[in-house]
Each structure stands twice: as structure tokens, then as C-alpha cells.
Design a protein around this ligand. Structure first.
Ligand SMILES: Nc1nc2c(ncn2[C@@H]2O[C@H](COP(=O)(O)OP(=O)(O)OP(=O)(O)O)[C@@H](O)[C@H]2O)c(=O)[nH]1
Ligand SMILES: [Mg+2]
Length: 487
């Protein structure tokens, strides 16, 4: 056979492969991008900035298809799921760009579809018509993510885990009232609605105290207790874990039986549908982590963040959790793990932030069997609120960041008004990330100079056109997440 013919056959086979690949995705290829993260990790800001940069020709040099001019049109389109509200992209961007305000905590689920018309990079690809790729992105309250691990726990396990955690470290103090109240009730006694309600209230108050800014703890399920969404005030949330459960079957009509029934109802009517609809069909996933907030609160917050992330990531272990594997119809083949808000540090510190982030998820990643291929760890800022500078201090050059701290933020007793710019030496992360986990005493409070900055002032071009939102490494994340689908 002449060599050219074998070549042709191989290429034809490859093309056929590509064709069948496209056929399975039918007429409209799409990617469901999971933006995963605990509350306040930066999901809403990430989605808003990503979409804004795509729609407005933002600076995305590492996004190859965009840079090389192969993407001809990018637009928002009606989302595929009619039952889910639309992500209010325009409102978020207006607040961010015009008013320089961050979005509020997300209270409900929403979705957005963005489509990219592109030309394939390869000659063969181009033969088969220009491509169109739809990207579906879902936003939701981060608290709800913590419900995922509950699906594998029955009421007894949930109670034992929650009570044990509540008795440890700084939690013991925060849980005092709830635990004291719990110890006055007998799980085998006849169920009383008033008892259930007061237990649920005391338990919720404990979760709120853990979440407060001063504590910044992360492992706080059930998620709807902190962010009820449309379940505000609903009886579905009138339960709490119980200490002192006896072995064996619980009495009918007992407090134990009632709490268990409500817990199971919460799982089947609230948690399961959310994950079935949202997590089942993800193709790619970015996990956003606010490591800086935890680092700044000390080793206990860092440990707690590690635990929460581990609990969540464990649920992605293929084949091991039957409840989840029965949901998963597509395989997630790429995950970006990103430390967000990297604009709080000088870029010289970014490698250390990445090292801490890798350390935070390392064990979980090993457990889910995804170490190595398919995972990229990076530090990014969806919206860059600071710029870098150098100041001379005692004859030394100090790398600083410059930005406008939000009104009410404090450094060394100084309170900011939300208008004044300031230069801050953010401090150094340790070279060895382990020290953030181990040194329980030596590193307690305020390792970094950490304040929240207002969103940046965005320059206008000569024609009065606003430039796109500045960021750090958003393009690298984008390239890793969808670049191959535009090849
Ligand atoms: N400087 C800076 N701050 C950020 C960035 N991204 C998020 N933030 C800050 O983090 C806060 C939380 O960001 P969101 O995007 O609302 O977080 P979320 O994950 O949607 O939070 P929930 O809706 O509560 O789950 C914002 O209000 C900002 O203060 C960033 O790229 N740079
Ligand atoms: Mg949000």
C-alpha cells in the first residue's frame, strides 16, 4: 500500500472518531462547568468576571482559541433548564463595575449559558463546519455544598460526627448552650414540637457562631440551616443532631424517631434533588478555595477548611458512593483547584499560596484517586482589586499591594472609609505549608495583613467604553477547563 494511503486511513479514522464524539453531544455540544466552593469562596464573582471578560474581549492571553482569533462570536443565550432562574449577570457586573460593590451572598440556585462560535484549529476539524460550544454554569449558595457528604450518613452517624466535632477545640465553647440543652432531653421521650424547635434553634445558633468572621470555620452542615433559601421557617429544618442516642431501635413517637424522620426527609427532598440536578451532569469542575481567610484565622480554621474540602471531594470518588455514582452520568475529567483572591498577595507569594492550596486538598485528591493527571492547582483572582508596588522600609525594598480597603476595614487600629487608597505589606506565607497546619499555638491570629478591598476602579477607553474586569490567571483556568474542546 502506498504510504500516503495509510496516512489517509489513519486520519480518516481520527476524523470519524471526532465525528462520533460530536454526534454523542448531538447538534449542540455543551460543557457543564461546575463552579464549586464553600460559602464566600468567590463563586459568584468568578462567574461574573469570566463571562464579562469573554463577552468584552478581556485580556485572556493564555486562552488559546481567543488569542489566535478562532473564536468569532461569544454571546449569552437562554439557559437550557427552564425551571432554574437565570444568573443575574448584568446586575452583578453593574454593581461590580459601576458601583464598585461585591455581590451579596447567594441565596438560591441560578444558571447561565454562554455560547462560543469558533473555528477548529486543525484542517480536519474545519472540514466539519464551524463549531459552536455552549457552556452552562450554575451558581448556588456555598453552604449547600456541605450537604453532599450527608447523603452517605444516617441520622446516627450524622449525630455522632456532629456532636464529636462540636466538643473539640474552639467549637466546644461555641457549642456550649446547644450541647447543654441537648443533654437535658431524653431521645426516647415522647416527641414535642417545642423541644424540636428549641433544639434546632440552639443548633443553628452554634453553626452561625462557627461561621462568624472571627472564627471562619468551614465544616458546618446541614447547609440549609445557614442558608435556607426558600425553606426559611419551614418544618423541614426543624431538627438537630442528638447526643446520647441508645443503640437499637428507637421508640415510635419518640424525639429520636421524629428527628431521624426529618433528617431523612431533608436528605431526600432537599439535598438529593439539588445534587441530582446540579452535580450529576458536570463535565469540568473548578473548586474555588478561600485559603487566605482561613490562614489568617489560624491553624484551627485551616484544619477545618481541610476537613470540609475533604468531605466534599470524597463524594466525587467514582464508584465508591453508590448514591452519587448513580447520579453521575458524565465523568469529570478535569478539575482546577484554585486559591481565590490572590490579589491580596504580591505575586512573589503566589507560589506559596499554591503550595498551601495543594497541601489542603492533597489527601482528599489521593483518596479520590485523581492524583496526578487531570488536576491543576493555581492561585487566581477573578477580579483584581489591587495593584503591586514597592516601598522602601529601613533601607529594604518591600513588595506591597495598593488598593482601597472597604469601609469599616481595620489595620493596626486604623479604620478605613471605603474611599482612601492605601499600600499594604501583606506579609509572608511560610515556605513550608505544613507549618500552617501544625503550629497550633505559635501561629494564632493575624499571620497576614488581611483586609477586604473594594472592587477596582475600571478605566475607560477614549470612546468612553469601559475596559473589561482585571484579573489574575483567569485565562489559565479557562484554557485548562475548556481549551481542549475548542481545538
Ligand atoms: N480582592 C478580591 N476579592 C474577592 C475576589 N473574589 C471574591 N472576593 C471577595 O469574596 C467575597 C465573596 O465572593 P462571592 O463570589 O460572593 O463568593 P461566593 O462563593 O459566591 O459566596 P456564597 O454566595 O456565599 O456561596 C466577595 O464579596 C469579595 O469580598 C477576588 O478575585 N479578589
Ligand atoms: Mg455566591
Amino acid at each position: 500500500m502506498p504510504p500516503s494511503l495509510t496516512t489517509l486511513t489513519d486520519e480518516a479514522l481520527l476524523a470519524l472518531d471526532a465525528l462520533t464524539g460530536r454526534a454523542t453531544n448531538l447538534v449542540n455540544p455543551s460543557i457543564r462547568l461546575g463552579v464549586t466552593g464553600l460559602s464566600r469562596a468567590g463563586k459568584t464573582v468568578f462567574i461574573s468576571s469570566l463571562v464579562h471578560n469573554l463577552l468584552n474581549g478581556g485580556r485572556l492571553p493564555l486562552f488559546e482559541a481567543g488569542r489566535s482569533g478562532r473564536v468569532s462570536k461569544i454571546q449569552l443565550e437562554p439557559q437550557p433548564d427552564d425551571a432554574v432562574p437565570r444568573f443575574q449577570y448584568e446586575d452583578h457586573i453593574r454593581a461590580l463595575v459601576a458601583d464598585r460593590l461585591w455581590p451579596d451572598s447567594t441565596r438560591a440556585i441560578s444558571q447561565l449559558r454562554i455560547t462560543l462560535d469558533y473555528e477548529s484549529a486543525s484542517g480536519w476539524g474545519r472540514l466539519f463546519s464551524p463549531g459552536k460550544l455552549a457552556i452552562d454554569i450554575v451558581d448556588y449558595p456555598g453552604e449547600w455544598l456541605l450537604d453532599l457528604p450527608l447523603l452517605a450518613q444516617d441520622f446516627r452517624t450524622f449525630s455522632a460526627n456532629t456532636v464529636a466535632l462540636a466538643q473539640s477545640g474552639i467549637r466546644a465553647e461555641l457549642a456550649r448552650e446547644w450541647l447543654a440543652l441537648s443533654n437535658t432531653v431524653d431521645p426516647a421521650a415522647t416527641a414535642q414540637e417545642a423541644t424540636a424547635r428549641s433544639l434546632a434553634e440552639a443548633f443553628t445558633a452554634y453553626l452561625k457562631a462557627c461561621k462568624s468572621d472571627e472564627r471562619s470555620l468551614s465544616t458546618l452542615p446541614p447547609g440549609r440551616f445557614l442558608m435556607p433559601g426558600d425553606l426559611e421557617g419551614s418544618p423541614a429544618l426543624t431538627f438537630a443532631p442528638l447526643p446520647n442516642l441508645r443503640d437499637g431501635r428507637q421508640e415510635r413517637g419518640s424525639l429520636h424517631a421524629m428527628m431521624e424522620r426529618r433528617y431523612e426527609a431533608y436528605k431526600s427532598h432537599v439535598v438529593r434533588p439539588f445534587f441530582r440536578e446540579h452535580f450529576a451532569r458536570l463535565d469540568r469542575q473548578i473548586v474555588l478555595i478561600d485559603a487566605l481567610q482561613a490562614i489568617n484565622r489560624g491553624a484551627e480554621a485551616v484544619h477545618d477548611l481541610e476537613r470540609a474540602l475533604g468531605d466534599v471531594l470524597d463524594c466525587f470518588r467514582a464508584g465508591q458512593n453508590s448514591f452519587l455514582s448513580s447520579f453521575v452520568t458524565r465523568r469529570i475529567d478535569r478539575i482546577v483547584i484554585a486559591a481565590t483572591k490572590a490579589d491580596h498577595l504580591h505575586h512573589e507569594s503566589h507560589p506559596r499560596l499554591e503550595a498551601v492550596t495543594r497541601r489542603l486538598v492533597e489527601r482528599a485528591i489521593e483518596r479520590i484517586g485523581m492524583s496526578g493527571a487531570g488536576i491543576e492547582v493555581m492561585a487566581l483572582a477573578s477580579v483584581r482589586a489591587t495593584r503591586e508596588a514597592t516601598v522602601k522600609h529601613d533601607g529594604e525594598d518591600l513588595p506591597v499591594i495598593v488598593g482601597v480597603p472597604m469601609a469599616g476595614e481595620k489595620i493596626n487600629g486604623e479604620v478605613f472609609d471605603g474611599e482612601r487608597k492605601t499600600a499594604i505589606f501583606p506579609g509572608d506565607l511560610p515556605a513550608n505549608p505544613d507549618s500552617l497546619f501544625e503550629a497550633l499555638e505559635s501561629h494564632s491570629e493575624g499571620l497576614l495583613n488581611f483586609v477586604r478591598f473594594r472592587p477596582p476602579h475600571i478605566e475607560e477607553t477614549g470612546g468612553g467604553l469601559k475596559l473589561s474586569v482585571p484579573h489574575i490567571r483567569l485565562d489559565r483556568a479557562l484554557q485548562y477547563l475548556i481549551g481542549d474542546r475548542l481545538a
